[in-house]
Design a protein around this ligand. Structure first.
Ligand code: CO
Length: 360
């Protein structure tokens, strides 16, 4: 088995906001290519890695998204500061006082989201949240011309958070950015490696999708190409095991195993597929967590709506502090998710898939 911590590190540290996933795609291509028969892309850039067994066997699609939330250069002020468009769901207060990297056509440019000095603020201003409309990036440019000619920054350039991966205090809690959804991609990598060595009862399409954070776009286009019979989405879940978040809002805890979503705003899982995942976890003597969320959307919804309706489920790695520079997952949950998903897929022969797809 490849070193999953190394895979997690390289995926987490790669910059790749929606529509600019090429560095993540290259990492995924290198990881998956040795284990699959073909690697192609759809017209938007989602990577489709296929283990082909037989045309008569069911097509099982695994998906996980490559893009992360970030910013995009909107315009450059005459003083050389960068005004930006947010890409994906950000809290305004998560944006201030952070390090960022702009990927320009001539290279990488580092910048920071400046925050006004408290020494000059009134008490009222100090207690306020800084709205994103008023925020900017400082890239150390003299003026607009310097930013554009010396640094090569152009409107539309993608801006990603900078955050170094680390095993938090040498333990199994893993700190990094973009676990949404690089954790899912790492699970997919582990699953494909395991499945490449077994006798499979189905064809596998491992799809690393683009543009999830702006509306599940890559999952839509790649599902049209794959035409899955079963869809398994691999995501970062929503942990609620830290101060200030309640069990009513989310129900996952780190280190207690993978979770399945029973409700989110984008999809409801197929009940038979849910039962199969539960049975498999039980056979493995693995704890399975559940999450019922009021919000959240994920790529499983696009698989579910493809090919006239595809039984789908979302399986997650519990994650703290999503959509920020510093998120935390637990290594045990990643390893257990790999085990669970590969065992589920090994059961997806024609008969089982046809039972899942039968409605009484
Ligand atoms: Co996600």
């Amino acid at each position: 088995m490849s070193n999953i911590v190394e895979i997690l590190k390289s995926l987490s540290e790669a910059p790749g906001i929606s529509g600019h996933e090429h560095e993540v795609r290259n990492v995924m291509k290198d990881i998956l290519t040795p284990y699959v028969d073909t690697v192609t892309t759809d017209g938007l850039g989602s990577l489709i890695a296929n283990i082909k067994k037989d045309d008569d066997l069911p097509n099982v699609m695994l998906s996980a998204h490559m893009d992360e939330v970030g910013l995009m250069v909107r315009y450059i002020t005459t003083d050389g500061f960068i005004k930006f468009q947010t890409i994906g769901g950000w809290l305004d207060q998560a944006i201030v006082g952070q390090r960022w990297v702009i990927s320009t056509s001539s290279g990488k440019v580092n910048g920071i989201s400046g925050i006004k000095t408290p020494h000059v603020m009134s008490a009222e201003e100090k207690s306020r949240v800084f709205k994103k409309e008023n925020l900017f990036l400082d890239v150390g440019a003299l003026d607009k011309k310097d930013a554009m000619t010396r640094l090569g920054i152009r409107p539309g350039d993608p801006i990603s958070p900078i955050s170094k991966f680390e095993r938090l205090n040498q333990g199994d809690f893993l700190l990094g950015k973009a676990w949404d959804d690089r954790a899912g991609l790492a699970v997919m990598s582990g699953v494909v490696e395991i499945l490449s060595e077994v006798n499979l009862p189905c064809n596998i399409y491992a799809v690393a999708t683009v543009q999830e954070e702006v509306g599940l776009r890559g999952a839509h286009t790649s599902s049209e190409i794959v035409a899955p019979d079963i869809g398994i989405n691999l995501e970062s879940g929503v942990a609620s095991d830290y101060p200030g978040i309640s069990e009513f809002e989310a129900q996952e805890s780190l280190g207690k195993g993978p979770a399945i979503f029973l409700h989110d705003s984008s999809m409801l899982p197929n009940q038979n597929l849910r039962d199969l995942v539960e049975e498999t976890a039980s056979d493995l003597e693995m704890d399975l967590q559940y999450n019922v969320l009021s919000g959240y959307g994920q790529d499983g919804a696009e698989m579910q709506r493809s090919k006239g309706g595809t039984p789908s489920i979302n399986i997650t790695v519990p994650t703290r502090y999503l959509h920020s520079h510093n998120s935390i997952i637990h290594l045990d949950d990643v390893n257990k998710a790999i085990k669970l998903v590969s065992e589920v897929v090994r059961k997806l022969d024609s008969e089982t898939v046809s039972k899942i797809r039968t409605f009484g």
